[in-house]
Design a protein around this ligand. Structure first.
Ligand SMILES: *Cc1c(COP(=O)(O)O)cnc(C)c1O
Length: 434
């Protein structure tokens, strides 16, 4: 499979190059030239299949031309050593719990998949140059990537995160690991971290000095595997006899996760329509209303993994539908919620159903509660375990969320990070010394 750039000014790349480069030469995002439709028989039988087997079928359609199928199966099975259940929350609203991975984040899937894929290519090449992964995070990406790559030979990871703007548990998940993981604490906001990473990739001197690659949701190996979740959601809902008019709602920040869902839809996944749920960062919501895409600085909210003012994957969604606002806005609707509304939703849902939402999932749940039509059944992604935002959730609901042992283990580690300004010159100097 060849991958082209959304900016249309870069040569097409094979999978290996697309994964290693992350971003195309013209700063565009890579898109597969073709999205294969999965056969009818697959959808007919999907409700009898396990998550891993469903995922392997989807992965083969995306990556089967470029990787040995046995190796691909290995990678998929190694990545998905956990479940992604749908849980009934109310009559027509189901939570797709994407937080049963190693760091309790949905990003675990893409991160692990990418680490194993990169390792596969490095081994095939037989070269020993260290590959350096740069990743900007507003919280969850950093922990997922750091843990996905932890101990993977031949790869060093730098996690850039905004000082004081990630939860203490999230911070522990990427600052306590050591080994091949370095945490860089940037005196700025998430958009500054993302800018530093993007600038590093465009800097000739740095690229001569070290082999750089990205692991943000812009990387095809990170975002595409998230499509697995949506096929599994459909399968589990079909098994319940509830998949006839399925609405999928994705709490969105950089729009990688919903983009993967849309790729699934292009492969034939029978979802009626999608909802992108946002916090107060409403750039996509405004685009849906007006047809104008106007990025703006992110604002800090309770659902901080969605605090993005210029979602990278918008370019992919725009490209997927040939820039047609009509097509995009007829398939996807939007919703945007203030912190007060998020708190209220969490309380109402907990009182009415007993289900504990985290602030991100709360946006998804509320968008379904507000937007579902007669006859539709909705699935929203619960994108984080509530314990990852324990202080907030405890405070809002007046409960004491239990911390799973997997998380507690991170909290016992010793925090280590490199302080950094938001000036690219400083970051570059630091990398040149490595
Ligand atoms: C990353 C993240 C999101 C947003 O996902 P995108 O793919 O960036 O849209 C939502 N919720 C949580 C908890 C996350 O970690």
């Amino acid at each position: 499979m060849k991958y082209y750039s959304t900016n249309g000014n870069a040569p097409v790349a094979d999978l290996h190059k697309a994964v290693v480069k992350g971003l195309a030469e013209d700063r565009g995002l890579y898109m597969p030239q073709q999205i294969k439709h999965l056969p009818k028989a697959f959808f007919d039988n999907i409700h009898d299949m396990e998550f891993q087997d469903i995922a392997y079928n989807v992965a083969s359609a995306f990556f089967g031309e470029d990787i040995d199928l046995d190796a691909l199966q290995d990678i998929v099975y190694d990545t998905l050593r956990f479940d992604c259940p749908v849980v009934e929350v109310s009559d027509s609203i189901y939570a797709l719990e994407l937080f049963h991975g190693p760091t309790l984040a949905f990003k675990d899937v893409g991160a692990r998949f990418m680490a194993r894929l990169l390792q596969y290519f490095i081994r095939m090449e037989g070269k020993s140059d260290l590959v350096n992964v740069l990743v900007a995070t507003s919280g969850d990406t950093g922990s997922a990537v750091a843990n996905g790559f932890l101990g993977v030979e031949g790869i060093h990871v730098y996690v850039l995160y905004p000082k004081g703007k990630v939860s203490p548990i999230q911070e522990c998940q990427f600052t306590t690991l050591g080994q091949n993981i370095t945490a860089v604490e940037v005196d700025g906001v998430f958009d500054d971290c993302q800018r530093l990473v993007k600038s590093a990739f465009m800097d000739d001197e740095l690229n001569k000095h070290m082999k750089l690659t990205s692991a943000n949701s812009i990387n095809v190996a990170r975002f595409l595997p998230q499509a697995f979740y949506y096929f599994n959601a459909y399968a589990r809902m079909k098994a319940l006899g509830k998949a006839g008019e399925l609405v999928v709602c994705v709490p969105s920040g950089n729009f990688g996760n919903i983009c993967a869902a849309l790729f699934g839809h292009e492969m034939g996944l029978p979802v009626k329509r999608f909802i992108a749920a946002n916090n107060a960062n409403d750039v996509f919501y405004n685009y849906l209303q007006t047809g104008q895409y106007e990025p703006k600085p992110s604002v800090q909210t309770l659902a901080n993994a969605m605090d993005v003012g210029d979602p990278s994957n918008f370019a992919r969604i725009y490209d997927l539908y040939k820039g047609s606002h009509e097509r995009i806005s007829s398939l996807i609707s939007g919703a945007t919620y203030t912190d007060d509304q998020i708190r209220q939703t969490m309380r109402q849902c907990y009182e009415a159903t007993g289900y504990v939402l985290d602030p991100h999932g709360a946006c998804g749940y509320q968008a379904l509660a507000d937007g579902l039509q007669e006859g539709e059944v909705g699935v929203f992604c619960e994108t984080a375990h509530p314990a990852k935002f324990k202080e907030k959730v405890d405070d809002i609901l007046g409960i004491d969320v239990e911390i799973p042992e997997r998380l507690a283990a991170f909290m016992r580690g010793e925090k280590q990070s490199v302080p950094m300004t938001k000036e690219f010159g400083d970051f570059k100097q630091y990398l040149l010394q490595q």
